[in-house]
Structures are given as C-alpha cells and as structure tokens.
Write a protein that binds this ligand. Structure first.
Ligand code: MV4
Length: 505
C-alpha cells in the first residue's frame, strides 16, 4: 500500500481524498496556488507545497510542477480528483513514467474515451447503443448528405470534445453550414482539434449515467445510475439516485451496457458511462465515458454503502476488488445539491468575496463535502462550487424533504448563493414527478423567471445580526482570524466576546 499520496487539486475534492487517505493510514501532500495559501485543503494536509500563481495554467494544470512536488515530497502516488489534469492522458503517462502511481485508469483508457469519434466506434463494436450518426466527415456536402439521411434535427459535435463544448443543434439544412463553421472554430480553439461528428439530436432527454468500478485483475462492476438531468449550460445542479425514470429491467440492461463499454477499453478504477434516455420510448444511447471520479460520486456511496475513493486507492495499489455485481443493491434514495456562489437573479454570475458567516447543516442522512469555512475567500480564479449537500433517506419523497430542511439550515453570508434557486427546483411539481429533462432549467427560466423568487443580497443589518448571534455562542472561536495582524493572538482583536477575567463568553 502507498505511504504518501499527493493530491494536485483543491477545494472539497482535495479534502474528500485526504479523508480516505487518513482512514487508510496514508500521508497526504497538498499543492496550492498563490490564491490558495489560506485554503482549507492546505491546512488539512500533512504537507503542502506551493506550485505557482493563481491562474490554473501556472499551478493546478502545470504537470511538471506537480510531478516535481511529488518527487520532492517522496510521494508514491497521485490522486488527481476531478477537473484540472484528471482526464489528461499525457499527465497519467507522465506520472507513470516518473515511477509514481496514477490513481485512476490507464493512460490508454483515458485517451480512447477522450476522443468521442474513436470511443463511439469502439462502443458500436462492443454492442453498446449509440445515437445514429456519422464520424470522420470533412466536406460540407458530406455533412449535408449525412444530415439528410439521419433526419433533422441533428447535432454537430466536436470529436475531441465533451461536456457540451463545440456542440450545435441544427434544425434544418439552411442552418447547417453556419453551425459546422462555428463548431469547427470552437473545437479548434478549445481542443486544438477541429474534427466533428454528426448525430441525430435526441431532444428533451434524461441524462442518466452509470458508475462503474474495476480492479486491475479484470473484475468490473457497475454501481447503478445517477440521474443528472437538472442542469444549466452543461453544469449539473441536482443529481439523484435511483433515477425516477428507470425500471428495474432497463436499469439492468443499461448497467450491463455500461460494463461492456468499460470492458471494451480495458478499464480499471472508477469511471462513469453517460447515456441519454428518451423518456417517451425509454431508448438509451451511450454519450461518453468520464474516466475520473465524478463530483456527484457521494450519492452512489450513500445508496451502495461503498467508499469509492477508498477503493480507488486500494485497486490502484494492485489489490483485488473483493465484491462482485450481486453484492450490490440500491438502498434508499440519495440526492446531491451543488451549492454555488453565484447569483441566479443575475444570469448566474459567480459571486466572490469573504465568507462572513458559513454554517453547514448536519443530522441523520446528511453529508456536506465542502472546501470552505467562515472567513475563507471565494475568488474568481476557480469554480464557484462552495459545497455539495448530499442527503440519504428511505425513499425519494423523504430524501426531498430532508434536502429541503437541510437547505433551510445552510447559512452563507458574504456571497450570493443558489440555495433559494435549489429550493424552487425541489418544490416544483415537475421535480416531484421526476419529469425534469436536460433542457428544463433553461426553458423554465425563459418562460417564467418569476418562478424563482431570488434571495436578496444580505443587508448590513443581516450581517450585524449574524455577528451578534455569533458572540452569544459560548466558547465559539470566531474563525475570522486576524491573519494579517502583527499579533494574531491579541485578545483585543478577537471577535469572540472575550472579557477580562471572564470565561470567554
Ligand atoms: C446529445 C444530446 C442529444 N442528442 N447528443 C451534452 C454534453 C455531452 N455529454 C453530450 N451531450 C448531449 N449529447 C445527441 N445526439 C444531449 C446532450 C446533452 C445536452 C444537450 C443540450 C442541453 C443539455 C444537455 C445535457 C446533457 C446532455
């Protein structure tokens, strides 16, 4: 087993990975940018190494600096988390070449799935249903013929893409050439690769993904699905499992397809196979495979009882995964809400600033994975995800109720959040009926924006009230410490209600 793992990531996921390491008796090494020197993930690691400026390209995306840091700390493995370098095949290969273990799939699996044209061809060969379409087209005339054959509306996608970049819906031939041109430009810009593919556009579908997990000895299982249709601009907002759309039979078939997809590229470690499902026909199609741990993995952990990060580490060290498919069942229902520092009333613009007050909910069946606490700064350099609020209950109704109560308990002052927006979605009849599709948020906001009565920015009065409430809590050390003061321990500067000769409260 590894003695020391370096985590080239930040925020909640770095902390999540460190927790698994601590439980396994493995030391942790954090890396941090200049913007993160006071971040929580730095404080929670046993060692922390500075790797450069705030811009990701200078730090969290800089392969050489990260591998140097791992060497310097004498780490024996690297867990990339999600985002940043997690799906970069060259990084996985460079880690291996440096005699370190990459905690994830092989560089070859990452490469094969990263190319949407190649992965689609391999999925078809493996008998996994894909959307009718054509790859490898160049001429505009070929696109025209293909589109005619497929039937409008069609979708033009970047072969090197993923996550919706370089994607264009085309409803008629008159829009096709313009769409091809702009998709090409965007793909070249984003991926340095202008290849496109064309598919039938499956409008108004559910986004359902399957967690798969395998070891390096050929054992491969699926850990059921996650329904991720509540999203806006390819940013997921609420995820849940089980999916309200799937029947037991469909679940079994899709699970088998997900395992076949992973087997086709010799996959090991954690991965996610994305499908779209047409709610009218229940026809499902492979979209892409994400070769990393996903943001929404905790809902799978709740219903299966498996600690995914724990097992990612163990199988990366060469251990056998001791469970087979029949070991796993879905127990109860889990929902995740992503708490973003953003302003729904203002085009979901990121909201930055100091967290003046930050109190997480807790209680039975409630889990909060976060990278912030009171006094921390939310900057514009990184994703505005403040926390993931995950609940587990016996059934879907109970889970929704538990989530609503937990959201009510969540206190965030200093930045604007999407908490009220989440409440509005959770209490919408379409959500209660499990009828939300991937275009729901945008369409609902367009047609009825007053549906989401937005919260006001906390007034000075609110903040003063919160600060006074803080003073009344005995022994509560305010976490807004005087880090920039010459004497950070000066009793005259603490904000916790200190009194001369008193008992601190
Ligand atoms: C599709 C699709 C419908 N038809 N492909 C989105 C990103 C990448 N994972 C592929 N995606 C989609 N591919 C076909 N042929 C629907 C999506 C899709 C989506 C599309 C528009 C708005 C939101 C979406 C959310 C998830 C998936």
């Amino acid at each position: 087993m590894f003695k020391k793992i370096l985590i080239p990531n930040r925020g909640e996921i770095a902390i999540r990975i460190m927790r698994a390491c601590r439980e396994l008796g493995i030391q942790t090494v954090a890396v941090y940018s200049e913007a993160d020197k006071n971040a929580l993930h730095v404080q929670q690691a046993e060692e922390a190494i500075s790797i450069g400026a705030a811009a990701p390209i200078e730090s969290y995306l800089n392969m050489d600096k990260i591998i140097d840091a791992a060497k310097q700390a004498n780490a024996d493995a690297i867990h990339p988390g999600y985002g940043f370098l997690s799906e970069n095949a060259s990084f996985a290969a460079a880690v291996t070449a440096a005699q370190l273990t990459f905690i994830g799939p092989s560089a070859d699996s990452i490469r094969a799935m990263g190319d949407k044209a190649e992965s689609k061809i391999r999925m078809k060969q493996a008998g996994v249903p894909t959307v009718p379409g054509v790859e490898g087209l160049e001429d505009e005339r070929d696109f025209e013929n293909a589109a005619k054959e497929i039937g409008y509306p069609v979708l033009v996608k970047a072969a090197a893409g993923g996550g919706g970049k370089g994607m264009r819906v085309v409803s008629s031939e008159s829009e096709l050439s313009e769409a091809i041109e702009s998709a090409r430009r965007e793909a070249l810009n984003a991926f340095g690769d202008e290849r496109l593919l064309i598919e039938k556009y499956v409008a108004n579908a559910h986004h359902v993904e399957f967690q798969i997990f395998g070891d390096q000895h050929g054992n491969l299982v699926h850990l059921f699905e996650r329904e991720c249709s509540v999203q806006r601009r390819h940013q997921k907002i609420i995820e849940e499992t089980p999916s309200p759309l799937l029947t037991p039979k469909l679940r079994e078939r899709m699970g088998q397809a997900a395992v076949a997809a992973a087997q086709a590229v010799g996959y090991y470690n954690a991965g996610t196979v994305e499908f779209i499902v047409d709610p009218d026909t229940l026809q499902y199609y492979f979209l892409e495979m994400n070769t990393r741990l996903q943001v929404e993995h905790p809902i799978t952990e709740f219903v299966t009882g498996l600690d995914l990060v724990h097992w990612q580490i163990r199988v990366a060290a060469g251990e056998r995964f001791p469970f087979t498919q029949s070991h796993f069942t879905q127990r109860g229902h889990a929902i995740e809400c992503r708490i973003y520092a953003e302003d729904p009333a203002n085009g979901f613009l990121p909201s930055t600033g100091k967290l003046l007050q930050y109190i997480e909910p807790c209680g039975p069946g409630i889990r909060v994975d976060s990278g912030f606490s009171t006094g921390n700064e939310v900057t514009h350099f990184y994703d505005p995800l403040l926390a993931k609020l995950i609940v587990h209950a016996e059934d879907r109704e109970a889970a929704i109720q538990r989530m609503q109560a937990a959201l009510r308990e969540f206190v965030v002052h200093g930045v604007i959040t999407n908490i009220d927006f989440l409440q509005a979605v959770l209490s919408h009849p379409d959500f209660a009926n499990g009828q939300i599709t991937t275009i729901w948020v945008e369409r609902t906001l367009e047609s009825n924006s007053s549906l989401f009565e937005m919260q006001e920015q906390a007034s000075a009065l609110h903040i003063i009230a919160a600060a006074l409430a803080d003073l009344t809590i005995p022994n509560r050390q305010s976490q807004i410490v005087n880090q920039d003061e010459p004497d950070p321990y000066s009793p005259w500067k603490v904000a916790n209600g200190f009194r001369m000769g008193g008992n601190n409260g």
